[in-house]
Design a protein. Structure first.
Length: 246
């Protein structure tokens, strides 16, 4: 007899299967969100934002391309590619765009150069033509400063929120953070001392076809109701199945 699908997976699948015409909200500013959602004209803004999303709050990282656009008066990939590494370094340092401005300015510069040279200036070629999920993850891994967490996060956002069609979703894993770890532990899926690898493989076990499908639902539950202290269990979407291991 086939095991019953966990509620967290049911909720995530329902969300994925429901067509959502709303834009993806990365930051609080709606003009910036519209800019980051414009994959037709600025697909490189999404890619570069993903590369910036490390060791600072996501809301700050995802503002960086729009801040650079305001400084330059343009975010055309040709204009970005014409700038030298030193110019990006100066911009990052003067504007304090990131916590690690020397390192991240170089990652931004290299990201622009890769998009310009490898993809002819069109970053959407990374995910166009219905590639496999492993292909998309691999292409993001090729960028300097990217790792498996950024690569799977990027592929997950494209598939789950932008509804970009891939030929499969097997290689899109969950990206463990404090919220996801807390929810997975309290629901009883993994022990309190679970490593990131244990969480990733548990998600693969829960829904092999698309392990990362539960990423946003776990994150949302952790941020909205499953607080580190005083969790609001009665309001939680998975209250009926949660083992409440606190």
């Amino acid at each position: 007899m086939k095991n019953k699908m966990p509620l967290i997976v049911e909720l995530a699948k329902k969300r994925f299967d429901t067509i959502d015409s709303q834009i993806v909200h990365f930051v609080q500013d709606e003009d910036t969100n519209r800019f980051l959602n414009d994959l037709q004209n600025y697909p490189h803004a999404f890619v570069l934002s993903c590369l910036m999303d490390r060791q600072i709050k996501a809301e700050i990282a995802w503002l960086i391309p729009s801040k650079i656009k305001a400084i330059l008066g343009s975010f055309d990939i040709n204009d970005l590619a014409a700038l030298k590494a030193a110019e990006y370094q100066k911009m990052f340092l003067q504007q304090k765009l990131h916590r690690f401005n020397d390192i991240m300015s170089d990652i931004f510069y290299c990201g622009v150069q890769d998009i310009y040279n490898k993809y002819g200036g069109d970053a959407s070629k990374i995910w166009s033509d219905k590639p496999s999920s492993s292909t998309v993850v691999y292409r993001f891994l090729e960028f300097k400063g990217s790792g498996i967490k950024i690569a799977t996060m990027a592929a997950n956002i494209l598939a789950r929120q932008f509804r970009i069609e891939f030929s499969d979703y097997y290689s899109i894993d969950i990206s463990p953070d404090v919220h996801i770890k807390r929810v997975m532990t309290r629901m009883g899926f993994v022990p309190k001392e679970a490593s990131n690898e244990m969480i990733i493989y548990k998600a693969r076990e829960l829904y092999p076809e698309f392990p990362g499908i539960i990423d946003f639902s776990c994150w949302e539950i952790g941020r909205e109701w499953c607080h580190p202290t005083k969790p609001e269990c009665e309001k939680c979407l998975v209250n009926s199945e949660c083992k409440k291991i606190i």
